[in-house]
Design a protein around this ligand. Sequence first.
Ligand code: NAD
Length: 443
Amino acid sequence: MTANGPAAEATTVEDEPSATAADDGAAGTESESALATARRQLERAAAHVDVDPGVVERLKHPTKVQQVSVPLRRDDGSLEVFTGYRAQHDDVRGPYKGGLRYHPEVDADECVGLSMWMTWKCAVMDLPFGGGKGGVAVDPKTLSEEETERLTRRFAEELRDLVGPKSDVPAPDMGTGPREMAWFMDAYSMQQGETTPGVVTGKPPVIGGSYGREEAPGRSVAIVAREAIDYYDRDIEETTVAVQGFGSVGANAARLLDEWGASVVAVSDVDGGIYDPDGLDTGDVQDHDERPGMVSGYDAPGTLSNAELLELDVDVLIPAAVGEVITVDNVDDVRADLIVEGANGPTTFAADAVLEERGVPVIPDILANAGGVTVSYFEWLQDINRRQWSLDRVHEELEAEMLDAWEAVRANVDGKGLTWRDAAIAVALSRIGGAKEARGLWP
Ligand code: NAD
């Protein structure tokens, strides 16, 4: 199959409303909070699982949400105070696990919603972790390197009582990376009086980070896309793919699918995208980290907006940039046969329902991009054992974990006729419900 060219009208994804309104329970409302979406997804999937309704009610609420003030001495000597959060959703299966993001729109509701998705993600992968998420409401682009370091160290100090290798293990997320994790780990270790690599994952390998962690979410997106292509009786060599967001997740997913024979016809970054109906040479497209804004610097036959990319007539669409990009406003124009979610929450609840009605499968974020937290789990194991794995071992074990999770979800899709999202949450919920029922309610 070939891809049809982009439509003439150009709008941008940046025009989409952002997920800020906490309109919990307003069925069908677009631009709801991540928390409202996560709760509605939970209710929907719970109808297909034999689980105590009390457990479902409990899972609609986080265990704890900590809000902290993070004062920062700016380079010019002035003082600014930022607000930070850590949401701990559930730890019945093990320590809370999830990223810390630096983004101006971080708030408590967003952290709780994202922490719920982390609980499902860890359970669907059968990892011994629960869900957490946090961050600081700050635009990291406005901070110097020294300011970012001071902010990270102070944030680590404010969260010190909450986090730890056995209790809550943060990781990188939007606006943070190995550098911030190294500072966080150092700040925590200095106060604890002992080097504690297991307090965060996503560190540089030289201080206990895992090889392959950075590329893991993109790799899992590619693995899951490959399995889905096969499940729907397509040949990967004849499959066209469009990827929105050419960052850590999108670039790695695009390059692997390209390597495995798919034709990646379009990719984009925040400034727009490039398009070649014969397939881009993804190895030659520079990603966001290599040189921001350079996607458009590639010599492609065509360019397109982010909105146009989502509407391309391709076999597989991978939204791998930000949340809420497929909404009721554009879902009717989405022409892909299959959607594999690279970003967290790229499809709104209402758009998901439209795609289900149209018979367009959506492989959910909690399965597709779970390679990140899976290799974080490998990193945590390596830290505890003080023994580093080779990149080959990481790749092999990730492949095996992804295939196990894929099979568990696929069994629910085939056996119960569920959507891929309902099936994935159902797998997670039965594992979490089983653990909760076995442990009982304390006291
Ligand atoms: P990144 O910052 O490395 O890359 C993001 C890419 O998206 C960049 O190319 C950027 O230019 C582009 N982008 C930003 N805003 C955009 C917009 N409004 N429209 C179109 N493109 C835009 O980020 P990443 O780590 O690749 O994360 C992407 C998504 O994947 C996020 O939703 C993140 O939560 C999710 N995710 C990341 C990881 C991880 O470990 N990196 C793991 C799981 C899920």
